[in-house]
Design a binder for this molecule. Structure first.
Ligand code: HEC
Length: 106
């Protein structure tokens, strides 16, 4: 009986740890692809070729978390920046762009 409780507790904490590690997880990004998606989606038209600004804020080396970055795409709440739905820019594409931006100098 005691053994069963321990096994149960172990299983529960394993599940808990899994949930914890899934929180705020940033998908692995591919910077080379990110640069392509950045151009393809015309981010460069507003944010500059390397994200260093133009008509829109500098986002090269952004200090935003990936979660905030993604939120900006999905719900920019802006009169200027269009919304990018996941069918246009998937979470993975966004992670690629994010990774590439991290590597650009401000
Ligand atoms: C039509 C112009 C335009 C396009 C296209 C555009 N943005 Fe923006 N973006 C803006 C403007 C303007 C802001 C500043 C917020 C505002 O004015 O509402 C902004 C804000 C942002 C921010 C937040 C910056 C910060 O530090 O708070 C991020 C991140 C961002 N854009 C990423 C992107 C990405 C990635 C793309 C392409 C998928 C993109 N934007 C396409 C105009 C644009």
């Amino acid at each position: 009986m005691k053994l069963k409780i321990r096994a149960l507790l172990c299983a529960l904490s394993a599940v808990f740890l899994l949930m914890l590690s899934a929180c705020g997880k940033v998908p692995e990004g591919n910077a080379a692809n990110g640069e392509r998606w950045f151009r393809m989606n015309r981010c460069n038209g507003c944010h500059g070729e390397k994200g260093t600004g133009g008509k829109a804020p500098v986002i090269a080396g952004t200090s935003l978390s990936y979660t905030r970055f993604l939120k900006q795409l999905r719900n920019p709440n802006s009169a200027i920046m269009p919304t990018f739905e996941s069918k246009q820019v998937s979470d993975q594409d966004a992670a690629d762009i994010y990774m590439w931006l991290q590597q650009q100098k401000k």
